[in-house]
Each structure stands twice: as structure tokens, then as C-alpha cells.
Design a protein around this ligand. Structure first.
Ligand SMILES: [Fe+2]
Ligand SMILES: [Fe+2]
Length: 329
């Protein structure tokens, strides 16, 4: 990124301290995975585990495929911290830097770390999934990284994270809703609690982009159009389990069929963000900026039209995560 753009983020240090760091929760006020899991130090541990497993018996395999995929996505957190630390002008230069951006990146990572931990421990205890296969998938995924095509631009990076936090808010919210429908209110609480963290993070990232729209509307609208033309790749798009070369597509097809995360959600997120950032109302843009503005404002409708035409014939695929049982895509 050119030096004058890097300067923008340096100048926003004080603003970020006041407006962004406040969206992190103090550790003492945070929930921890243990709050939602059987307590291994208590006499009731075995009974609590048995109850958890009884509840899990009522839940179908396809739900577990999606929950495992979500957990694996959360577990690749080192990659997302790396991504944020690629941003010119915001990266954590020392791993303990005291700039607001660096404090945010570490604080956000520390909060996110609880998501994978909680889902991982729940799935381990539930007895419904092949933990070794899942662990292999996590190792492959962290080893592969991801390519969100945000270059080193925090404009692109913060647009990407705004989108992603809202996407995870929606998907964890949906797994919560489905767990409740299957009669497992404890699992619903687990997914719902994670969803509420994602919502808080979404608020922070969208606020950053809102600020960028305020001080540098042209570059920001161009970045938004650029990001949308490249399409928002999902964080776990390089997922592999050692067998299935299309694992991510298969996982996302199941998530789409169950309504946990769909093409409609993608369009809805974009529409939400365009509204949140009042993209339509921006004036004084360059001719390129106006073109970008028109493109992003019309895009949600176009995505919805495309999604309608996509009817697939039923297909069944085995998932190593659930002992190679076949699940409809
Ligand atoms: Fe998360
Ligand atoms: Fe998140």
C-alpha cells in the first residue's frame, strides 16, 4: 500500500483505541468453553457426559457434518491471525506491540480461540464423530492457509473480516436454531453464544470500514467492489482430509441444503453491508468510484437471481468426519 494510505491507519490509532478496542470484552467478563461443558473435576462428570451424549443421539449426521466443518474453520485461527498481520499499517510488528491495531488483532484472536476450543471439546465428548479424521483435517487446513486475495491492504482486509464475521454470526446462529429444533438446548446455547461473539466482532470491523468510507470514500468503495469481484472466499476453502479433493464444496453443499449458510445469505450479507455503510448515498466519488458504487449496489440482486437458477440433482458423498457415512449434498 502507498505510504499516504499507511499514514491513514497510523493516524487512526487514537480513534481505534476509543472506538474499536471497546468492542473487546475483558477476560474476567468473558465466557469460557468450560462454562458450557461437563466439569472434569466434579463427581457428576460422567453423568453430565452421558446426558450430553444422549442429547446428541437425537441429532442427524448431516447436522454433524456442518458443525464439524464450522469447528474446523474456527480451529484454523492461526491463519486468520496471520491474515490480519499482513495488513500494511495495522500489523503487529513485534507480537506484543502496543499499537491499538496490534492490541485489537491479539485481543480478537484470543476471543476467537474459545470458539474452536468449545466446539472441539463438545464434538469430542458427543461420540458421534471421528475425532482423528477431524484433527487431520485441521492440520491439513492450517498447513494450507487460505487465499482471501486481500493483498496487504487493510481496506480489503477489513471488508473481508466484516463479511466473514457476519457470515459466521449467521451460520452459528443457524446451527443453534437447528440444535434447538432437535431438542438439544445445551448445544443451541453453545452455538448461540459463539454467534453473539461473532456479532460483536462484526460490529467492530464494520465500524472500521464505516470510518474508512468517511475519510477515504473513493478508495473504500473501490476496495469493496474489488473484494466482491474476486468473491469472498470462505476461510476454510482449502480444506482437505487426505481423501476428498472437493471436501470444502461437499461441506458447503450440506450447509447450503440444511440452510445453515446459503447463497441467499451471501447476497443478504452484502446487502446488509452496503446499507450499513450507506454506499448508495456516497457523493463526490471519482468516475471509477461511481462505477464501483453502482456495481456493489446492484450485486445482491444479481447474486440472488443466479442462485435461483442453480438446481442440483441429489448426490450422496461419504464424510471421513462421521466414519465415512454418506450424506446427501
Ligand atoms: Fe469464531
Ligand atoms: Fe469470528
Amino acid at each position: 500500500m502507498p505510504p499516504e494510505k499507511i499514514e491513514i491507519f497510523k493516524n487512526l490509532e487514537g480513534w481505534a483505541e476509543q472506538n474499536i478496542l471497546v468492542h473487546l470484552k475483558a477476560v474476567e467478563k468473558c465466557w469460557q468453553p468450560q462454562d458450557f461443558l461437563p466439569d472434569p473435576a466434579s463427581d457428576g462428570f460422567h453423568d453430565q457426559v452421558m446426558e450430553l451424549r444422549e442429547r446428541a443421539k437425537e441429532i442427524p449426521d448431516d447436522y454433524f457434518v456442518v458443525l464439524v466443518g464450522d469447528m474446523i474453520t474456527e480451529e484454523a485461527l492461526p491463519t486468520y491471525q496471520t491474515l490480519l498481520n499482513n495488513g500494511d499499517g495495522v500489523r503487529d510488528e513485534t507480537a506484543a506491540s502496543l499499537t491499538s491495531w496490534a492490541k485489537w488483532i491479539r485481543g480478537w484472536t484470543a476471543e476467537e480461540n474459545r470458539h474452536g476450543d468449545l466446539l472441539n471439546k463438545y464434538l469430542y465428548l458427543c461420540g458421534r464423530v471421528d475425532m482423528r479424521q477431524i484433527e487431520k483435517t485441521i492440520q491439513y487446513l492450517i498447513g494450507s492457509g487460505m487465499d482471501p486475495r486481500t493483498e496487504n491492504s487493510p481496506y480489503l482486509g477489513f471488508i473481508y473480516t466484516s463479511f466473514q464475521e457476519r457470515a459466521t454470526f449467521i451460520s452459528h446462529g443457524n446451527t443453534a436454531r437447528h440444535a434447538k429444533e432437535y431438542g438439544d438446548s445445551k448445544l443451541a446455547q453453545i452455538c448461540g453464544t459463539i454467534a453473539s461473539d461473532e456479532k460483536r466482532h462484526e460490529t467492530a470491523y464494520t465500524k472500521i470500514v464505516e470510518k474508512l468510507f468517511e475519510i477515504d470514500p473513493d478508495a473504500t468503495v473501490l476496495a469493496l467492489a474489488d473484494m466482491m469481484r474476486k468473491k469472498i472466499t470462505m476461510p476454510a476453502h482449502l480444506m482437505y482430509n487426505g481423501r476428498d479433493d472437493n471436501l470444502f464444496d461437499h461441506f458447503s453443499s450440506v450447509a447450503q441444503r440444511l440452510g445453515v449458510y446459503t447463497a441467499k445469505d451471501y447476497a443478504d450479507i452484502l446487502e446488509f453491508l452496503v446499507g450499513r455503510w450507506k454506499v448508495e448515498d456516497k457523493t463526490g466519488l471519482s468516475s471509477e468510484g461511481r462505477k464501483a458504487q453502482d456495481y456493489v449496489c446492484g450485486l445482491p440482486q444479481r447474486i440472488r437471481r443466479l442462485a435461483l437458477g442453480r438446481a442440483k440433482k441429489p448426490q450422496y458423498v461419504p464424510f471421513s468426519w462421521i466414519f465415512d457415512k454418506e450424506v446427501k449434498l
